[in-house]
Unconditional design. Structure first.
Length: 491
């Protein structure tokens, strides 16, 4: 049995480790921990039993895995709200709040390749379960060993009222309309192309846009559990069909969501890919300038400095966190966060649950285009032309490496800081998540080992594409030199 949890749950290769047997073992651990937490913190609030929401994406067997989880939960006396069809993670997360459930389970491997599936654990607030809760569930999996989980057949559980099928769209739609101005969109008569990437955003984003009066063409929206072999991550190299469609001249904007629709990507009619850095910068400026909203800004260490400069313009507080939306969620629960997000495309705003939401972000981008009557490319160019913002370019390299202790690499890099990088002096360096080098012109380099796989991620943002590539090159050299030192010590 190999079940290793990450920040918000467990992901593994289907049929290798992600099997019905292991899914049921994890479900039993979830059930037991939910009962412990309920007795300790929730009992006495008028509910005689705890309840959990269970949802699933479009991946191979996700619907059957969801049923397997629901059957185990029901057998343990937990009331289950089971989604009636595949749905986005943020929609299931909002259902937890709407149903006042104790938490939730989402069957998904998000943006990972088709061979993977997974289980995301969700809190009562709709965000990722706390790190301590995830660790408790993982420990309970191994404490139970090979002991058979409890099971109650779906039909029996439904008959006894322990499992209820539900449609998460109506409540989510009502909530979204409190965050997005559908009237503004409706007046603009926009044409939108949506690439669902065969994921759980299919149908839903199209339906909401049509409800707002848009003419919508949906690409890759049919059920295809293998994602037709693509990697369902909304980044430029995976969005060729959307790029080709949007550049026909028939559309005002193109949108793409990932496998479980908690991430967003966008395409301009010129064929320009608008990455999450630019999306967050545009939405922050829009929410403050056009909507008159305020609050703090939360970004991960790998996210654009444009947010810092906009925050300085509008006198907003900026918090920088390690990579992972769970860190952003913690801030959203602690204070009024206007916008929080990460470079991978998980973004949320004030008034929403602490969860990345590609559907909501897509709708907000359409509202912004409708209100301003400008393309995304024109708006980002105008933003970067402002003297207090400037031009920013970004790129990331990933390289396979031999396993090593992340802490050792970080310590070595911090001990051997360079005086300059790509012709600019080092202003300061931090080791919050990997090592981030910030230069005197505001550009930066981040060397960050993955916490779950033998991959080294090297990120850079600078004021020209040439400087970005120079930083990435030097970052690779610095990291490899330190890795070689570590390996020499081991040898």
């Amino acid at each position: 049995m190999t079940i290793q949890f990450g920040t918000d749950g467990w992901r593994a290769v289907i049929s290798e480790d992600f099997t019905f047997e292991n899914v049921r073992l994890v479900a039993q651990a979830i059930a037991e921990q939910a009962l412990i937490d309920w007795r300790a913190h929730v009992a006495g609030n008028g509910h005689d039993t705890p309840s959990l929401v269970v949802g699933y994406d479009t991946r191979f067997l996700s619907d059957r895995y969801a049923v397997a989880v629901a059957e185990v939960l029901a057998a343990n006396g937990i009331r289950v709200w089971l989604a009636q069809s595949d749905a986005p993670t943020p929609m299931i997360s909002y259902a937890i709040v709407d149903k006042r459930a104790q938490g939730g389970v989402m069957i998904t491997a998000s943006h990972n390749p088709p061979r993977y599936n997974g289980i995301k654990l969700k809190s009562a607030q709709g965000g990722s379960a706390t790190e301590s809760h995830v660790k408790e569930v993982e420990a309970r999996v191994y404490a139970n060993g090979v002991q058979a989980p409890a099971r109650m057949a779906l039909e029996e559980a439904i008959e006894r009222g322990l499992i209820r099928r539900f449609d998460p769209l109506p409540a989510y739609s009502e909530h979204i309309k409190s965050l997005v101005n559908f009237d503004v969109i409706r007046k603009a008569h926009l044409h939108v192309a949506v690439d669902a990437m065969y994921g759980a955003g299919r149908v839903y984003l199209k339906r909401l846009l049509e409800d707002a009066g848009c003419s919508v063409t949906e690409l890759r929206g049919e059920m295809n559990p293998g994602f037709n072999g693509i990697h369902p991550e909304p980044i430029a190299r995976h969005l060729q069909p959307l790029l080709l469609e949007v550049t026909t001249g028939r559309y005002h904007i193109g949108l793409a969501t990932d496998g479980d629709a908690d991430r967003i990507g966008a395409v301009d009619p010129t064929g320009r890919f608008i990455d999450p850095h630019c999306i967050m910068a545009l939405l922050l400026e829009y929410l403050v300038h056009d909507r008159g909203l305020s609050g703090s800004v939360v970004k991960t260490v790998s996210t654009t400095q444009m947010l810092n400069r906009l925050a300085r313009r509008y006198e907003l507080t900026v918090h920088e966190t390690p990579v992972g939306f769970n860190y952003i969620a913690d801030r959203m629960l602690a204070e009024s966060v206007l916008i929080g997000g990460e470079e991978s495309g998980g973004i949320s705003i004030l008034g929403h649950i602490p969860e990345g939401d590609g559907v909501l972000m897509g709708l907000l981008l359409v509202e912004m285009v409708a209100r301003r009557g400008k393309t995304l490319a024109r708006m980002i160019d105008e933003l970067m032309d402002a003297s207090d913002i400037g031009r920013f370019y970004y790129a990331r390299n990933d390289q396979q490496v031999e396993p090593f202790r992340k802490a050792d690499l970080v310590a070595g890099l911090m001990h051997n800081l360079p005086a300059e990088l790509a012709g600019h002096s080092l202003k300061h360096a931090g080791d919050r998540d990997g090592v981030k080098y910030v230069l005197d012109d505001g550009s930066w380099l981040l060397v960050r080992p993955s916490g779950t796989e033998p991959v080294l991620r090297i990120y850079a943002e600078a004021h020209s594409e040439e400087q970005v590539q120079a930083l990435l090159h030097q970052g690779g050299e610095i990291a490899n030199e330190q890795i070689n030192r570590l390996q020499a010590v081991v040898a």
